[in-house]
Every structure is written in structure tokens, then in C-alpha cells.
Design a protein around this ligand. Structure first.
Ligand SMILES: Nc1ncnc2c1ncn2[C@@H]1O[C@H](COP(=O)(O)OP(=O)(O)OP(=O)(O)O)[C@@H](O)[C@H]1O
Ligand SMILES: [Mg+2]
Length: 473
């Protein structure tokens, strides 16, 4: 590929949107400045050891020097594993990439397993690129726009100055639109990126301060720039390796980023980009920012994926890989053997492991109250007490799901607050998993079993693979 490698992207992909609702009350890990977890902060409650450990990972990522580590968060269902990963992602700086995928997402018809894992890995590596661009920076003296009678085509002139010089620029349609959108007026100090035409308003010029005594206090005043109107300026932007791959792999470039339809990316393209980025790094033009790749439900991956991850962690460009699982000793997909957390021993051996533990009553109560506030549901004291008890006996997630169910029940009796009765009725209407299992055991014959057999109504049995229907009356 002889064409230069482009790194400009206009959009960021939206990742992991589906995970947000259940964790929308979480805005960070809730740590103090010494990374010690507070009992309840930023929507995070309890689980102190795991949160503290996540804080250490956060420091590692922020230091930006450590890449290619694997972290496993293991614990029983609904003990906050995904929640901690979400908290971590929100504590990361804006430039540090965080990618969240679920193990099952890797199995798609469009991309091979290794391709989708490669993409996920490369989405999690940021490249901070320093570039020189040419800008025009000065104070606007006058904007003059002539509209044609039909209103279609516009033309205009922009007079702009520094303390040392003044120039008039011809304006085309696009620039006029930009100036109008930014509401640029005479007296504004603006900066125009020559390559992209992007206009940035820096503030009002001090020399015109007297004209603006009617302005609000939020008006920002700046000095009229000195020297030349056209300057070279260093700008820094961060893109992910994956974004660079996509832009350079096809003609339609970043359009594919919008649609998400990136297809398989040829390995030669990636090799070239790797070489180029390494070169930029040598020359001081680029900096590599290893981010975090979070693979939730990691036990859904199979042995091929695990071995891919093993190798990818040794790559020059590798993020910190955080995985979560609720499996104990179980079979690794694609093999016949059982191993801890359903993960092969070699990957497990490389990982540092964080454990999450079940919550106590106080923690459950606090989390449920936070969830209620988040869902804008008012719970009476009795209601929250019962909900806590349900949370202890079933699961936090089930109790948390009952909040919105009970609210609907309360609304039906025209009450804004959810009371004890509403929770009880919600509990009767919707089964938790234990009661569902019990129901199954009691009524096993009415469900289709592993052999495909089922009993309809009062004892009419249909056997799979037989064309006669026996009726035992
Ligand atoms: N420590 C916590 N503080 C606040 N909210 C929490 C905490 N732990 C869990 N939650 C909330 O409880 C619910 C269940 O937790 P989460 O989904 O993180 O469990 P999980 O460990 O990932 O479970 P699974 O193994 O089933 O995936 C979520 O809505 C989550 O936001
Ligand atoms: Mg989870």
C-alpha cells in the first residue's frame, strides 16, 4: 500500500450500549484519592476488596506502561462483576479506549471468531497522534454575506485581523454555513482549520469589551492574536488501531465506521499499519495508549478463542484484557475437560484473579434503594425491607427487577409510592429461579423433555418419534 495512512475519524463508535440500563446508576468505582473504596459512592456499594483491586488495575491503565495483562473477575451471579467493569470504564480518561463485548458476540456468521476478537483487541488500543496543521487565527472585523435572489447560492467575504495585519478572505457556501452555525460575529476571535474548514470560536476580543457591557458573565474575553494570520499548530488526536484499520482498508473508509459494517480486514493492511505506527512512535509522532478490553461472560468462548487470547496478549500492541465469569469448575467449550471457571489452565495461570462475594443485607438494601432512585420509584420503608429480604433469599437481580414490576402494580391502585402489598403481588406474579425450578419439578411431565416427550392436558401423552397418540383416560 503506497497511499499514506490516514488517521482522521469523525465519529466514535458506540459500544456496549446494551449494558447500560442495568448499570446506569454507576458512575465510577467509588474510590477516594488513595484508591481506597468508600462504602457507598458513585453508585457503588460494598464489594470493597474487588473494587480496591479494580482501582489498582485503573492505576496500571492510567500509567499507560503496562499492556498485555489478563485480569479475571470471578464470582457468583449478580455480585457486581459487570458493574465493576462499568465503573472502571467510567473512571478511565477520555483518551483511554474501553471496549466491552460479551463472549457470545464472537460467534457471528459475518466474521470469524478470530477476526472479531482481533477487532475487539485493536479497538482497545489508542494511538495518540501529534500532527501539525495550518490554521488561520484572528479577530473578525467584518462578515459580509451576499445572498443570490433565489437564495440557493451564497457568497461572502470575511475580514479578519491580528494586531499586525488584516486580510480579506472569500467565503464559499460551506464556510458561510460554518460561520452561521457557530454564530460568529464581528469582534469574535476565531480559529479556522485550513484542512477541514472547522471553525472554533475562542472568545470575544478584549478590544471590543466596551461594546459588550450587555453580555452575560459567561462571555469569555481573549486577546487579539499577534503576528501572522496563518500559523502552524500542533494538534493531538486519539484514534483506535481498529479505526485506522478500517479507514485504510476500504475505499469508503470511515463510512464503514458509521455502519459498523467493517467486514474482515486483510492482515497485510494490519501489518502495514503496525509498521507505520511503530515508526511514528520512534519518531515521536505517536504515542500508544493501551486501553481495556472487557470480555463479559468469558466462559462462552471456546478453546480456539482462548488460545487466540493467550497469544494476542504477547503482541506488541495489546490492551489489558479484563474477563468476567460466574462459572465454577466447568467444561471449557470445544474440549472434553473441566477446568476452574471453564477456562483453560494456561490462560488462567496468566491471569490475576479478582473475586466477588455475595452481599449482606445492608449492602443489598443500599443497592436496591439506589436502583429505586435511578428508576424514579418511591419505596416505603416496609417495601424496601421486604425487597431486601427477597434479595437475600433469591438474588439481587431478581429483587431489583421487582422494583419496576411493583411500581406498575402500585400505579394501578393510583399510588405513587410502592408499598409492601405491591412487592408481595409482584413476588406472586413473577417467579424467581428457585420457585421456577420447583414448579418445573412438580409439573415436569407437562414440559417437553430431552427426549421430546410431553404430556398435554389431563394425561394425553405424545411420544416423540411415534405417530400414535396414547390417551390414558
Ligand atoms: N457493588 C454494587 N454496587 C451497586 N450496584 C451493584 C453492585 N453490584 C451489583 N450491582 C447491580 O446489581 C445488578 C447485578 O449486578 P451485575 O450485573 O454486575 O452482576 P454480575 O456479577 O455481572 O452477574 P452475572 O454473573 O450474572 O453476570 C446490576 O444492576 C448492578 O448494577
Ligand atoms: Mg455480568
Amino acid at each position: 500500500m503506497s497511499a499514506p495512512i490516514t488517521t482522521k475519524v469523525q465519529s466514535k463508535e458506540l459500544n456496549g450500549l446494551s449494558l447500560i440500563a442495568a448499570h446506569s446508576h454507576i458512575s465510577g468505582l467509588g474510590l477516594d484519592e488513595n484508591l481506597r473504596p468508600k462504602e457507598s459512592a458513585q453508585g457503588m456499594v460494598g464489594q470493597l476488596k474487588a473494587r480496591r483491586a479494580a482501582g489498582v488495575i485503573l492505576k496500571m491503565v492510567e500509567a499507560g506502561k503496562i499492556a498485555g495483562r489478563a485480569v479475571l473477575v470471578a464470582g457468583p451471579p449478580s455480585t457486581g462483576k459487570t458493574a465493576i467493569a462499568m465503573g472502571l470504564s467510567q473512571s478511565l480518561g477520555e483518551d483511554v479506549p474501553f471496549t466491552a463485548i460479551a463472549g457470545s458476540e464472537v460467534f457471528s456468521l459475518e466474521l470469524s471468531k478470530t477476526e472479531s476478537l482481533t477487532q475487539a483487541f485493536r479497538k482497545s488500543i489508542g494511538i495518540k497522534i501529534k500532527e501539525e496543521t495550518e490554521i488561520i487565527e484572528g479577530e473578525v472585523v467584518e462578515i459580509q454575506i451576499d445572498r443570490s435572489i433565489t437564495g440557493g447560492h451564497k457568497q461572502g467575504k470575511l475580514t479578519i485581523k491580528t494586531t499586525d495585519m488584516e486580510t480579506i478572505y472569500e467565503l464559499g457556501n460551506k464556510m458561510i454555513e460554518g460561520l452561521t452555525k457557530e454564530k460568529v460575529l464581528a469582534g469574535d476571535v476565531i480559529s479556522i482549520d485550513k484542512a477541514s474548514g472547522k471553525i472554533t470560536k475562542l472568545g470575544k476580543s478584549f478590544t471590543r469589551a466596551r461594546d459588550y457591557d450587555a453580555m452575560g458573565p459567561e462571555t469569555k474575553f481573549v486577546q487579539c492574536p499577534e503576528g501572522e494570520l496563518q500559523k502552524r499548530k500542533e494538534v493531538v488526536h486519539t484514534v483506535s488501531l481498529h479505526e485506522i484499520d478500517v479507514i485504510n482498508s476500504r475505499q469508503q473508509g470511515f463510512l464503514a465506521l458509521f455502519s459498523g459494517d467493517t467486514g474482515e480486514i486483510r492482515s497485510e493492511v494490519r501489518d502495514q499499519i503496525n509498521t507505520k505506527v511503530a515508526e511514528w512512535k520512534e519518531e515521536g509522532k505517536a504515542e500508544i495508549v493501551p486501553g481495556v478490553l472487557f470480555i463479559d461472560e468469558v466462559h462462552m468462548l471456546d478453546i480456539e478463542c482462548f488460545s487466540f487470547i493467550n497469544r494476542a496478549l504477547e503482541d506488541d500492541f495489546s490492551p489489558i484484557v479484563m474477563m468476567a465469569t460466574n462459572r465454577g469448575i466447568s467444561r471449557t467449550r470445544g474440549t472434553d475437560y473441566k477446568s476452574p471457571h471453564g477456562m483453560p489452565a494456561d490462560l488462567l495461570d496468566r491471569s490475576i484473579i479478582i473475586h466477588t462475594a455475595p452481599y449482606n443485607a445492608d449492602e443489598i438494601r443500599t443497592i436496591l434503594s439506589i436502583r429505586a432512585t435511578e428508576e424514579e420509584v418511591e419505596l416505603t420503608a416496609d417495601a424496601i425491607a421486604l425487597l431486601t429480604k427477597i434479595g437475600q433469599e433469591t438474588s439481587l437481580r431478581y429483587a431489583s427487577n421487582l422494583i419496576s414490576v411493583a411500581q406498575q402494580i402500585a400505579l394501578k391502585r393510583r399510588s405513587n409510592a410502592v408499598d409492601l402489598e405491591d412487592i408481595k403481588r409482584g413476588y406472586m406474579l413473577f417467579f424467581d429461579s428457585d420457585r421456577s425450578v420447583q414448579y418445573l419439578e412438580e409439573n415436569a411431565s407437562q414440559f417437553i423433555d430431552d427426549n421430546g416427550d410431553v404430556t398435554f392436558g389431563y394425561g394425553a401423552t405424545v411420544e416423540a418419534n411415534s405417530d400414535k397418540m396414547e390417551v390414558e383416560a
